[in-house]
Write a protein that binds this ligand. Structure first.
Ligand code: PMV
Length: 333
């Protein structure tokens, strides 16, 4: 038997970092996917193969603990640890000790703030649970994805695996989510080409929070209120143009607050300003920052904004929201 499952990348529209402190956030799945193929093994071993894992600028292949291309070993090993933990959690859940062979192909750049780790965890859990005959709902898979993140990276709000498993456009707060009305968002994602470590950035914000709570708490509170405002605008009856204009203003405020937390970089801010100058209604970091990606809201200006991002030294991606989260692509009996 063989099962192929896929799970999408995501962008956080509003509320990264503050979501770790129990504030709400808004995120959407996008149409870049990670594919995981799972097969049983007779020898009881767990074997993981990765093809096309997109670490900035290179492709890494590895099998079990052997890394074939040693460059950026850390990033490749990080992906491997999410897959390992995800498989172990499913085996525990199924109360089985079966050998499993997992093969991964991904369109999602690693460490770009697009949720590549969550997507690989969710697709692995989806494929392996189906292989073992375990019937899990998408919510249960999202929870196991969150557990995987907690085991690998320590702190995690759980927003990435939730969006990757469920798909669409979600409002997320403390492990619970609500579907927001689906709308096409004319966005452009800009990739700096370098990666930030979510674990380190979350720890850096935590350190500042502990050292200067009187300064950091109001920033996190503001972010939480901003997300509520964004939600009100999204669910309101006002026309799309007005919605986009108001959301653009909130994106710019959110970027400023993230910069105040210290998670922006020169390159991220350059891409953000380049996008705004080219006519985006708003632009901000998406994800943990420290490199990775920004995104811009650019109705009727996507091509111009993409060009501006390229000129500023970034890689633009014109993406669409993916309605579908985890998908079982194929089951071969
Ligand atoms: O994994 P990333 O880079 O998309 O960032 C996740 C968002 C954070 O709020 C920074 C962390 C979290 O667990 O929510």
């Amino acid at each position: 038997m063989k099962v192929i499952a896929s799970a999408p990348a995501k962008i956080i529209l509003f509320g990264e970092h503050s979501v770790v402190y129990g504030k709400p956030a808004i995120a959407a799945a996008i149409n870049l996917r990670t594919y995981v193929e799972a097969e049983p093994r007779n020898d009881g071993k767990i074997r993981i193969e990765a093809h096309d894992i997109k670490v900035p600028g290179l492709t890494v292949s590895f099998s079990e603990n052997e890394i074939y291309f040693e460059t950026d070993y850390g990033k490749a090993a990080e992906v491997l640890s999410y897959v390992r933990e995800a498989i172990n959690l499913v085996l525990e859940e199924a109360d089985k000790n079966t050998g499993v062979q997992v093969s991964i192909t991904s369109q999602i750049p690693v460490g770009a703030g697009l949720g590549s780790s969550a997507a690989v965890a969710v697709a692995t859990i989806g494929a392996v649970s189906r292989l073992l005959g375990l019937e899990l709902t998408k919510e249960e898979i999202a929870k196991l994805g969150h557990k995987t993140e907690l085991l690998v990276q320590g702190a995690s709000s759980g927003i990435d695996p939730t969006v990757s498993a469920i798909g669409g456009f979600l409002y997320y707060e403390k492990g619970k989510f609500e579907h927001l009305p689906f709308m096409e968002l004319p966005i452009v994602v800009g990739y700096t080409g370098s990666s930030g470590s979510t674990k380190e950035l979350v720890a850096m914000v935590r350190k500042r929070y502990e050292e200067m709570p009187e300064l950091i708490i109001p920033i996190l509170e503001s972010m939480g209120k901003l997300v509520e405002k964004a939600r009100e605008i999204i669910v309101s009856e006002i026309d799309h143009r007005e919605k986009f204009e108001r959301l653009g203003v909130l994106m710019n405020i959110n970027h400023g607050l993230l910069d105040a937390l210290g998670v922006s970089t020169k390159k991220l801010s350059e891409l953000v300003y380049a996008a705004r100058t080219a006519g985006a209604l708003g632009a901000k970091i998406t994800g943990a920052g420290g490199g990775g990606c920004m995104y811009a809201l650019a109705p009727e200006r996507q091509r111009e904004v993409a060009t501006a991002i390229t000129i500023a030294g970034g890689t633009p991606m014109i993406t669409e929201i993916s309605r579908e989260g985890l998908r079982i692509e194929e089951v071969i009996e």
